[in-house]
Design a protein around this ligand. Sequence first.
Ligand code: BGC
Length: 248
Amino acid sequence: MNTQATALGIDIGGSGIKGAIVDLEKGVLLSERHRIPTPKPATPEAVASVFKQLVDHFNWKGNIGAGFPAIIQNGVAKTATNVDDGWIDTDAAKLFSEICGQKVVVLNDADAAGLAEYKFGLGGENKGVTLLLTIGTGIGSALFIDKHLVPNTEFGHVFFKKKIAELSVSDRARKEQELSYEKWGKRFNKYLLHMERLLSPNLIVLGGGCSKKFSQYSHCFTTNATVQPAKLLNEAGIIGAAYYANQT
Ligand code: BGC
C-alpha cells in the first residue's frame, strides 16, 4: 500500500510505543493508532522487539521513521532518561533497521513532534522563534528559528527550582504528586516564564498527552509569547517521525 506520500511513524515514549501509517500530503493518520506499553526495563533489545511487533502489526514495507526520547545524533542515542541506560551510544537506527529488515531513521521524539507541527499544524507561518514543548513522561523540546529546527535542545533538562525541570513539571510529576490542573498549570507557567527569559520565543506550542487538556490550565499562563496547544495534539510525534522518514 506504500506510495511516496505515506510512511510508518513510530513514537517511542517512556510509557507507550505508538505507531500509525501516515498520509504525508495531508499530515493525518491513515490507519488506527496502535500502542504497545513500553517494556520495563526499556532495554535496547526489549524496545527493538516491540518495535518489530508494531511494524509487523501494520505489515509495513516502506519508509519508517521513529521518534526516540533521547539526544539522537546520526541515529545514535546519546542519553537515556526515561529508558534503560543501555541505550547510551546505541545505534538505534541500525538496531531497528536490522530487526525489521528494512531501513528505519530515528530522531528525537520532540523534534519529530515539532517537525509535524511545523509542516502540518501550528508554527509554519510563525516568523521568529517558536518553542514546542511536549508534556508527557518527560518534557521534550523543539526549537525553530523561522523554519529551521535546532535539534536535540533538551529544555526539559534545564535547572528550574534547583532540579531538572521535567522532574517537577512533566505530566508524570503532575500525576505522581496528585496536582490539580490548576496547581500544575501555575507551576508550569513559572517554567514557561523561565524559558521565555532564556529564549524570547514569540510562539510556544504545547504537545504531548497534556495538550488535550489545554483548556483546563491555559488561564494560568502569563507569558508575553502566545501559548497554544499543538494542532496535531498527541499524534504529532507519529506524524513527524513519518515525515522525517520521507525527507532523509
Ligand atoms: C528526554 C528527551 C525527550 C523528552 C520527551 C526527556 O526526558 O531527555 O530527549 O525528548 O524526555 O520524551
